[in-house]
Write a protein that binds this ligand. Structure first.
Ligand code: CTP
Length: 464
């Protein structure tokens, strides 16, 4: 069919089409052709007549992944130009919204030129409201990325403001929001920003960075630098992997919980680990498509759905179960393994009247992480350890990375003030050969999602 005539189009629709075509620098016919192509790509699939199932809109596998980028006003806005370029190189379909303050740092013209489509700036701009409208901007995307996210924008998001295009879109969207915060370290550390961040994380917002390092202002250093554009791209790719399950086909072994080391048949040495973090990682990895074996010490948590859970008691049992789960692509060792066990555990219950307190001689348990990280064959491609520290967290974690021979260490503060042991929140630092990333305090589920996204990004890079 070469041509199609459509009659009875209302004046109002014609006017919108005219404005849309003019805004995009296209003829009306070309504009309609593109709209029809878009519409056809998103068309519903026919239901099987006999099942009576509802038609479900299907985005074809080949459709470009769509990102709506919101740029807010900080010095780091210059990095967003590089981010746009790199996303376009990778075939993402991009739309960009800029706040008023962002336009003080980069112009809509330069953003539009790099993005290949004009940047949207005004909530009450007739042409853009007719053209797309803030609700369509918010919804016709697969992911919303805010980079850089300033302290002010985060505060306005946390309070649900909608008084400009950026905040209106962020409030109206039903898609995942990825924030790349960037601000002065004092602003980042301020209790108000941390409070807002906590609310945003509780609302389901995901963050990338900020990183530690030199700031654009001379003499300022600390946590507050926007994540590098490639790091943001990695997170976007992981979140929007070709399939929504970026770890499909990958095998992963996760250890979790404490181990119990018997003193006699009724007594044991243990620690306060709840297993929550390891279980959250196993769940998140399974949700990302990985085939997960969770080797768990004694905890009160239920088996995560879709995960093969192997329950063990002692460190030696844990090592055996981990070895049986190899080969695996990824190993994540979140268990709080007892370092020592009683050299000769009593076969019978030790009696109090047997001549004073028993002399328990301890012997070292196998180090599961170090054993797996140093395997000559069957070593997982990515070995991730945890470091539970009560002081000098980063320094000790860096030393542990080397000592154990693993690729990444997730370091957390398990001092009483840190509250990670047994609690629901965790503030961690991701230590890799490339450096240290300090993640804001967030739920153990959010740490798990972020870690799995990082793992997926690492594997995404490898397969390119
Ligand atoms: N780990 C392990 N097997 C052990 C001890 C620790 O697999 N026998 C793993 C943990 O699962 C974690 C990492 O090693 O991923 C670090 O655990 P941590 O308790 O912080 O370190 P330790 O090696 O016990 O060092 P230290 O107690 O001296 O800090």
């Amino acid at each position: 069919m070469g041509s199609l005539t459509v009659r009875n189009i209302g004046e109002d629709v014609k006017q919108r089409l005219r404005m849309r075509a003019a805004a995009n620098g296209r003829s009306m016919e070309e504009e309609v052709r593109l709209l029809l192509a878009d519409g056809a790509a998103e068309a519903v699939t026919p239901a099987e007549p006999s099942t009576g199932k509802r038609n479900t809109p299907v985005r074809p596998e080949t459709a470009a992944r769509r990102v709506l980028l919101v740029i807010s006003g900080g010095i780091a806005a210059y990095k967003s130009l590089d981010l746009i370029r790199r996303l376009r190189e990778r075939g993402f379909a991009l739309r960009v919204v800029m706040t008023k303050a962002a336009q003080e740092f980069v112009t809509p013209l330069s953003v539009g030129a790099i993005a290949g489509e004009r940047a949207f700036t005004d909530l009450f701009d007739q042409s853009s409201e007719f053209d797309v409208g803030h609700i369509r901007l918010a919804r016709d995307t697969d992911l919303v990325v805010v980079a850089p996210a300033t302290a002010d924008l985060m505060a306005r998001m946390a309070s649900g403001h909608a008084d400009d295009l950026a905040t209106a879109v962020l409030l109206a969207t039903d898609k995942t929001i990825l924030l790349a915060p960037a601000m002065n370290p004092a602003m980042w550390a301020h209790p108000a920003t941390q409070r807002n961040l906590k609310r945003l994380l509780a609302d389901g917002v995901i963050t990338v960075g900020p990183n530690a390092g030199e700031m654009a202002e001379s003499g300022e250093a600390g946590v507050g630098r926007m994540a590098e554009p490639m790091e943001v791209v990695g997170r976007i790719e992981a979140l929007l992997g070709q399939s929504s399950k970026p770890l499909t086909g990958r095998r992963m072994v996760v250890t979790a919980g404490p181990t119990h080391e018997p003193i006699d048949p009724v007594r044991y040495i243990a620690n306060r680990s709840s297993g929550k973090q390891g279980y959250a990682i196993a769940r998140a990895a399974a949700a990302a498509g990985a085939e997960v074996t969770l080797v768990s010490g004694p905890v009160t948590l239920p088996d995560p759905p879709g995960v093969r859970t192997v329950r063990i008691e002692t460190a030696r049992d844990m090592l055996r179960a981990v070895e049986a789960a190899l080969p695996s692509d990824i190993g994540v060792f979140a268990a709080a393994v007892a370092d020592w066990r009683v050299a000769a555990a009593g076969e019978q219950k030790l009696k109090k009247d047997a001549g004073g307190p028993p002399n328990l001689s301890l012997t070292e348990n196998p180090d599961i992480l170090a054993t797996v990280a140093r395997l000559k064959s069957n070593r997982p491609k990515l070995v991730v350890g945890f470091a539970a520290e009560t002081e000098k967290v980063i320094e000790h974690a860096k030393a542990k990375l080397k000592r154990k021979g693993c690729d990444w260490i997730v370091a957390n503060d398990v001092s009483a003030e840190g509250g990670a042991m047994g609690g629901d929140d965790n503030a961690v630092h991701l230590v890799t050969a490339a450096g240290v990333e300090s993640w804001p305090a967030q739920s153990k589920d959010a740490v798990a999602t972020n870690l799995v996204a990082r793992i997926a990004a690492a594997f995404g890079k490898e397969s390119r």
